[in-house]
Design a protein around this ligand. Structure first.
Ligand SMILES: [Zn+2]
Ligand SMILES: [Zn+2]
Length: 273
């Protein structure tokens, strides 16, 4: 059983209304999880969208709240401090100075692509502007550019997130069409000691697979990828540990015999039984 959820949000993220304490209480009561790694959204230079989301929060408040809740709820559950950083090629200096100030307080950092040429693929305009294959390829190219610009993260988030918003929920998505670019991404990550995550929000969004697609997960394993965290990307309690039983099957099918957690930015490997 996978008992550590390493990607979840609370009301520190613009797109969640769930108090962090609610996530923690629900996780304890569900009895499935032994550990939650909180990874709220910090997206510098994100264009304010029509819902008024900024994807920024007060880091001091965030760390204080996590510490407060840890003192109340551990050892019923282990609460780990993470963040999901939205990456953009020009953010090197911003992110470096941010981590210089707060990095020592973080156990885990997800680096994610949420913007392609200034547009979030979540916005309907994205696939109105780009045809399906073009949009997917552009998103993956953005990942390459982001990795080339900034590497101070532990795993890359939801590699094929863009497919969630593709026409027909990505029914025509075939990872083999993009394996040239996936190979570039995966090799760069592996060579630099970085990992990826298995993010079950794809299933929640109605896709027949989690992020990344099983073919990409398998390729990562074949190339020697070892670091693989598992996260629900829950924005509300009911989605914590979402489909983690399926996630375990996916990992085993790709060849993994363990999954990964992080503390103090160091990977630890937990055997899948
Ligand atoms: Zn994300
Ligand atoms: Zn997320």
């Amino acid at each position: 059983m996978i008992t550590s959820d390493f990607h979840l949000h609370s009301s520190f993220s613009s797109d969640s209304k769930t108090a962090l304490e609610q996530q923690i209480i629900y996780a304890i009561n569900s009895g499935i999880l032994k550990e939650l790694c909180i990874t709220d959204h910090m997206d510098f230079d994100f264009p304010v969208n029509k819902d008024g989301y900024t994807f920024l929060f007060d880091m001091k408040e965030y760390l204080a709240e996590i510490n407060r809740l840890r003192s109340i709820y551990s050892p019923a559950i282990r609460i780990t401090t993470g963040i999901e950083l939205g990456l953009l090629p020009h953010l090197y200096e911003t992110l470096t100075s941010f981590l210089k100030e707060y990095g020592s307080e973080l156990d885990f950092i997800i680096g994610s692509s949420h913007l392609v040429k200034g547009l979030d693929p979540y916005e309907p305009e994205f696939f109105e502007k780009y045809r399906e294959k073009e949009g997917i390829r552009l998103y993956l190219e953005t990942i390459v550019n982001n990795i080339d610009a900034f590497m101070d993260f532990d795993v890359y988030g939801h590699l094929d997130y863009v497919v969630r918003y593709a026409p027909n929920k990505g029914k025509k998505y075939c990872p083999a069409d993009y394996m040239d670019i996936y190979d570039i991404i995966l090799k760069k990550l592996i060579q630099n000691g970085k990992g990826i995550e298995l993010n079950t929000a794809g299933l929640k969004a109605g896709l027949p697979f989690a992020h990344p697609h099983p073919d990409v997960l398998k390729r990562y394993f074949e190339l020697g990828g070892e670091i693989i965290t598992v996260g629900s990307d829950a924005h509300q309690p009911v989605h914590l540990a979402y489909c983690f039983d399926q996630a375990e099957h996916m990992l085993k099918a790709a060849g993994f015999t363990y999954y990964t957690v992080f503390h103090n930015r160091k990977p630890e490997f937990i055997r899948l039984t």
